[in-house]
Design a protein around this ligand. Structure first.
Ligand code: ZN
Length: 143
């Protein structure tokens, strides 16, 4: 087993045979590290991670809420599930839309189901608003 993640995180207790695992495979991590919540784990070894960020609006001298969604590789040893709070790190592109990997599973996020339910309700009321939030991370785009 190699410690080639380059980041100070506790390696998972379980082992796996995933070549794209930062702990047991050959994958090296570099670049940015984020924390977020798994909103979908339906794909094989891939999770959708989402987190809120604030975007500054000089005109109003205040912030608006933006959401970032990113696909991340989910090694078997970490086994992130829907509703888990995870730490992800940038890595080499693993597929067309995937260039992040889960490096730490921080456990279930509290109030995740309530949050999801509230969002579903909001979707019914304003379906167009949800579409806007599918954005690429950072680089604060201005409207
Ligand atoms: Zn592993």
């Amino acid at each position: 087993m190699s410690e080639n993640t380059g980041i100070g995180v506790t390696p998972p207790k379980k082992k796996c045979n995933d070549a794209n695992c930062p702990f047991h495979g050959q994958l090296k991590c570099h670049g940015r590290v984020f924390e977020g919540t798994v909103i979908s784990a339906r794909m094989t070894r891939t999770v959708n991670v989402e987190w809120d960020r604030k975007h500054y609006l000089p005109k109003y001298e205040g912030y608006e809420k933006r959401r970032t969604r990113i696909k991340a590789h989910n090694p078997e040893c970490l086994d992130a599930r829907e509703g888990d709070h995870v730490r992800i790190s940038e890595c080499r592109p693993l597929s067309k839309t995937k260039h992040f990997v889960v490096i730490e599973n921080l456990g279930k996020e509290r109030g995740f189901e309530e949050k999801l339910e509230a969002r579903e309700e909001a979707k019914v009321k304003s379906p167009k608003k949800e579409l806007k939030e599918e954005e690429s991370p950072d680089e604060g785009k201005r409207k």
